[in-house]
Design a protein around this ligand. Structure first.
Ligand code: GLN
Length: 295
């Protein structure tokens, strides 16, 4: 018997619910919409329509992957970050709500500021932070940096997807080394580096450790192997009084605050995620005058 999209949605939702998927309704909508090549809004509109023969097989293939533990974002190949639609692949981290704390702080930093701030997003991954900032700040010029070619190719796709080509550039560089010449100076540097201490990776959720890229998580023995050179080497491309915003892991706030203070940053603050954990550290590079008075 022919089935409507609604029939298939209801069945999918039931499967996911019985399998213990927490957000089963949302995920069922995302999977069915993706299989149908529709947006969720289009799916909701088309729910009473009959789906083509064989369509349910396509959905079940996706449901099987989900029940195997694969995150829904990798199955659908897309995810939303701070209201911005993005493509995602297994080569990059799935953008997280925790990282929206950083995006929000960056947008607030420039609220009411006219002009064209220059923003540098390091360890860009999918390009989520940089693209979101460019979308929310139509005056901003953004440079995305990653050391991984596949991630950069995805960044370029996301830049195009959000029609940001004239304001966002993607550059290949290793953030543990000095910045390339001719980057110019920036008003803000954002960075969600890999920061999980190597020994803790094993303890992460299976959906993270089995599916997300190791190199996007592994921050070395104390988790700060990438954050340290970012602070020490990349402050050279910050303008006088420019800001740095770093996502960090649990328990890293004090160590990162100290690194920033030692590197000449002032107004160093920690921002919490929705779970109450210090998740972002922000600081402003003290201007030469401030530096001399402080010293
Ligand atoms: N917050 C991520 C996690 O789920 C880690 C992200 C990162 O290392 N940048 O563990």
């Amino acid at each position: 018997m022919a089935k409507t999209y609604n029939d298939i949605y209801i069945e999918t939702r039931r499967f996911l619910k019985e399998a213990g998927v927490e957000d089963y309704s949302t995920e069922a909508r995302l999977l069915v919409a993706q299989a149908a090549g529709k947006t969720v809004a289009e799916l909701l509109r088309d729910m009473p329509l009959y789906a083509a023969a064989g369509f349910d097989r396509k959905v079940w293939d996706m449901v099987e992957r989900r029940l195997d533990g694969e995150p829904v974002a990798y199955i659908t190949g897309s995810w939303e970050f701070y209201g911005v639609p993005l493509d995602v692949t297994r080569g990059v981290l799935i953008p997280r709500p925790d990282t929206e704390v950083l995006a929000e702080a960056a947008v607030k930093l420039f609220a009411g500021v006219t002009g064209t701030p220059r923003i540098l997003d390091l360890c860009a991954g999918s390009g989520c932070i940089g693209c979101a900032l460019a979308v929310h700040m139509p005056g901003a010029r953004v440079v995305l940096v990653d050391n991984d070619r596949k991630a950069l190719a995805l960044c370029r796709k996301n830049v195009q997807k959000n029609r940001l080509d004239t304001r966002v550039m993607c550059i290949e560089a290793d953030v543990t080394k000095k910045p390339p010449m001719l980057l110019g100076k920036f008003d803000l540097i954002t960075c969600n580096a890999p920061y999980v201490p190597t020994a803790e990776i094993e303890t992460l959720d299976a959906s993270v450790k089995d599916y997300e890229p190791y190199q996007a998580l592994d921050g070395g023995a104390d988790g700060l192997d990438v954050i340290r050179p970012v602070i020490a080497l990349w402050k050279s491309v910050l303008k006088d009084s420019g800001s740095l915003m770093l996502e960090i892991g649990e328990g890293q706030a004090e160590a990162v605050r100290a690194l920033l203070a030692d590197a000449g940053f002032t107004d160093v603050r920690a921002l919490r995620d929705t779970g109450g954990t210090d998740r972002v550290i922000t600081g402003r590079l003290a201007s030469l005058e401030e530096y001399n008075t402080d010293a």
